[in-house]
Design a protein around this ligand. Structure first.
Ligand code: CDP
Length: 222
């Protein structure tokens, strides 16, 4: 019955977690389009809070300032292209370690999961703690990984496509730091839920990762 678990509301949730640039974002987008589900990139909530904090001159050391930034985040700002920089990502990872910041962003994610926008019958949510903390009852849980080298290459390509001048060694270092912080924090660390399917996308392109995820999901529902 595990495969058929659904949120109390009847909405089917696909939870996708994994480290930075593991391919979970592209995968989440494609799965949402395929199944007609709404998609939430939970990382953008943390990034939006980080961006607000940076704009206010915050350094990330003051938990209360970070909480205020998180409380002020609105759905509208999640599409802001400025959220894509590594500076914002680093700050996001720093403030994501504060339990109060996580608590401030939890309601938004749970509301999205139980009542996806547009009346969609399901939600695809990606992040670090979706299968473990935000939606532990999700119908499907995927834990997406790839080697550090692969992830750094992907992030580099992504940043360059956005016109952001980036150096590989710097991207690697940033990613290492962020992953270590995300994995070691005491509150909702990045970890694979016991019932999550592991999907290692090293050596896979986006189409192959999509096909592998669909095979898992569709296999669970037959
Ligand atoms: O795009 P990328 O995978 O590099 O990062 P992201 O998903 O946008 O997340 C940015 C940062 O937000 C992460 O490094 C985490 O510290 C934090 N985050 C989190 O703590 N919990 C989530 N559910 C999503 C993101």
């Amino acid at each position: 019955m595990t495969a058929r678990r659904a949120a109390a509301s009847g909405v089917r949730v696909i939870a996708i977690d994994g480290p930075a640039a593991s391919g979970k974002g592209t995968l989440a987008q494609r799965l949402a389009a395929h199944y007609g589900y709404a998609r939430l990139d939970s990382g953008r909530l943390y990034r939006a809070a980080a961006r607000r904090l940076i704009a206010a001159g915050g350094t990330g050391e003051d938990a209360q300032a970070a909480v205020r930034a998180a409380q002020a985040v609105t759905a509208e700002e999640l599409a802001d292209p400025e959220l894509g920089t590594d500076q914002v990502a680093q700050m996001a990872s720093r403030i994501a370690a504060y339990p109060e910041v996580r608590a401030a962003l939890l309601d938004f994610q749970r509301r999205f999961a139980s009542r996806p926008p547009g009346g969609a019958p399901g939600a695809v949510i990606d992040g670090r703690d979706i299968g473990t903390v935000v939606c532990p009852g999700a119908a499907v849980k995927l834990f997406v990984t790839a080697s550090l080298e692969t992830r750094a290459e992907r992030r580099l390509k992504e940043l360059r496509e956005k016109g952001l001048d980036s150096i590989k060694t710097r991207v690697l270092q940033d990613m290492r730091e962020r992953d270590a912080r995300d994995r070691s924090r005491s509150e909702a660390p990045l970890t694979r839920a016991e019932d999550a399917h592991l999907l290692d996308t090293t050596g896979m392109d986006a189409d192959e990762a999509f096909a592998a995820a669909r095979a898992v999901i569709d296999g669970m529902c037959t």
